[in-house]
Design a binder for this molecule. Structure first.
Ligand code: ATP
Length: 244
């Protein structure tokens, strides 16, 4: 089942083409890594999908609903963190989740405790967020993003700035959400080992255009069958302006 379909997405600002001709789909069960050099257009694409910026051209369908024509129904089952999660530092994790829950109808107290447990914060949920590590804050952000039981979760650089333990915590959580909770996930990241660890598909963007849409295995294999590491594959197949 198609959870997300992007058709010919294009964003122009004045004369600048930020992204163009972006076509890809995400199906139930997919964990898709979205890679590309700095400034390639990952965040722009994600913002277009979420309706945070307006499409110049193209169509985004989420669960079959067009974000332009049926925004509420399209976005209802999407959770996302773009850049860093917005958290109230002086409030507890629980209160932050409660504020997010108020944006939706019918999120029970039990559901708040349930998501706290899913992200492994159940023992600290009544503590102030200012006392949390970065990894814990990121997991709280993910808890907010999944509170309404999304079918699609979009994470922009979810492990940015985290230490090794934080990276492992978030990685395990992403795997858990995909495997046990059946959430399709799109993750943008520069951390290739991370992407390799959790994703079954890779899409790559270069200078605003998609340059590949592969299974992880395809991505790491050259046409002649040579196997590459994910870093080697990135340099050979994607690269960025610095490498060209
Ligand atoms: P990074 O990995 O560094 O986060 P990215 O792939 O997410 O990069 P984007 O943030 O999508 O890249 O930016 C794509 C390009 O569009 C960049 O060159 C950026 O400077 C440019 N850009 C982004 N927003 C605007 C805007 N509102 N007006 C003009 N140019 C913009």
């Amino acid at each position: 089942m198609e959870v997300l379909k992007c058709e010919n997405l294009e964003k122009r600002v004045g004369k600048n083409i930020l992204v163009e001709n972006i076509n890809f789909t995400i199906n139930k069960g997919d964990v898709v890594g979205f890679i590309g050099a700095n400034g390639a257009g990952k965040t722009t694409t994600i913002k277009l999908i979420l309706g945070l910026i307006k499409l110049t051209k193209g169509k985004v369908l989420i669960n079959g609903f067009d974000i332009k024509k049926d925004f509420i129904r399209a976005i209802e089952k999407v959770g996302a963190i773009v850049e860093t999660p917005d958290l109230y530092m002086y409030l507890s994790g629980y209160d932050n989740l409660k504020i997010t829950a108020n944006n939706y109808k019918n999120i029970s107290k039990d559901r708040i405790y349930e998501v706290a447990k899913i992200v492994g914060l159940e023992n600290r949920i009544k503590d102030k967020v200012s006392t949390y590590s970065l990894g814990m804050r990121q997991r709280l952000g993910i808890a907010e993003a999944i509170i309404n039981s999304p079918e699609l979760l979009i994470l922009d650089e979810p492990t940015n700035g985290l230490d090794i333990e934080g990276v492992i915590e978030v990685r395990n959580l992403i795997k858990d959400l995909s495997e046990k909770r059946d959430i399709a996930i799109l993750i943008s990241s520069h951390n290739l080992p991370e992407i390799e660890n959790v994703c079954n598909r890779i899409i790559a963007i270069k200078n605003g255009k998609l340059v590949l849409d592969n299974t992880l295995e395809e991505f790491k294999t050259l046409e002649d069958g040579t196997k590459l590491t994910s870093e080697q594959a990135f340099i050979k197949k994607v690269g960025g302006s610095k490498i060209d």
